[in-house]
Design a protein around this ligand. Sequence first.
Ligand SMILES: Cc1ncc(COP(=O)(O)O)c(C=O)c1O
Length: 358
Amino acid sequence: MLNAREAVQSLKEYHPPLSGRTGLRLDFNENTERPSSHVLQRLRQLDAEQLTRYPEREPVERFTAQFLGVNPAEVLLTNGVDEAIHLLCQTYLEAGDEALVVVPTFAMYELLAASTGAKVIPVRALDEFRFPTETLLNRISPATRLIAIANPNNPTGSAASPSEMLLVARAAAHAAVLVDEAYFDFYGQTLLPEIRRMPNLFVARTFSKAYGMAGLRAGVLAGPEQQMKMVRKVASPYNVNAVALACLPAALGDRDFVEQYAATVRRGRERLQAMLRSLGIRYWPSQANFVLANFGSCAQAFVAEMARRGILVRDRSSDPGCSGCVRITLGTAEQMDRLLATLEEIVCTMPVGERAAV
Ligand SMILES: Cc1ncc(COP(=O)(O)O)c(C=O)c1O
C-alpha cells in the first residue's frame, strides 16, 4: 500500500473556498477591482508563440530586480509568495528542525513548514496583536531553522518595527528569517535593503494584492546572493508562467496605478475603522488592505448575513486569539459605500450585549 510521508499524513487540511466566490469579494485581500490597464493591454497582445514556448524568467527577473533596487542574483520570481514560502521550507528545513511562526498569521507558513517534517512552534502575539519580540527571542534554539513573519500581518493588520525584526534575525543567524511583505504597498515600510547586511534575511513581495494579479500567480523572493543560489536549486526553471511574465513589466511600469489603488484603500480603511468605532465594534488598526474586527458571538451570523446580501467577508474566529473575529477586505469608494451601509444595517439588528465592545 502506498503511504504518504508521515509529516503529510498528519498535516492539517487548509480549505480556503476554491469555488463559488460570487458577489463583492471582501474575503481574500485581493485587489477588488482590476489590474493596471497596461497589464490588460499587454494581455491582449499575447501571441501564440508566447504560449507554445517555455517561459523565460530571467529577463523579467532582471527587470524586477532593478525595480526593487537589488541585483538579479538576489531575486527569484515565484509562483506567488506561496511558492516562495515553499521553496524556503524545501531549502532549509529537515524533519525535526524547528520553525517559529508568530500567530495568528497566514496559514501557509505552518502548513508548508510542517509538510517537511519540521516542528512548527507557534509564538502568540502579545495583547493588541503586538509583535512578541521577547518571546520569539526566547524560543530561538539551535534547532530553529526558519522564522516566518508577515509584515504587516494577516489577519491582524498589525506591523512590527524594523528594529524588532532585525533583532530576531540577528539572534537566529542559523535560521532563514522570512519577512513576508505581501501588503507592502498599503504600508510603505520595507526591510528589503537589509538583505545586503543580514546574511539570513529574506523578503517576499506579491503581485496578488495591490497589483490586482492574484489570478496570474506571481511573487518575488529577495535574499542574500549566496542563499538565493541555494533556493534557486529547488525551484523549477519554469515556475512562473509566460502570461504572468509578459504582464509583470507592464505592472511594474505603472507606479501610478498601484499608488492610487493603495490611496483608495487607505481612505476606505479610515472609513471602515470610523464606522466600527461609532458602532462600538472592537477592531485592530490596520496597515494593510483589510481590517480585523470582533463581532463577538454574532460573528458567524454576521458573515452569513453579509453573504446573503452579496458581500463575502472572512470568518477568522478559529485563528489563535481571534474568537469572534471577522476580516474585511477594503476596496473602492463605491464598494465601501455598499459595505458600510450593509454592515451598519446588520449590526443594528444584533443584540448590543453580544457585540464585542471597543
Ligand atoms: C501574508 C501573506 N503572504 C502571502 C500571501 C499569498 O500571496 P500569493 O498570492 O503571492 O501567493 C497572502 C495571501 O493572503 C498573505 O496574506
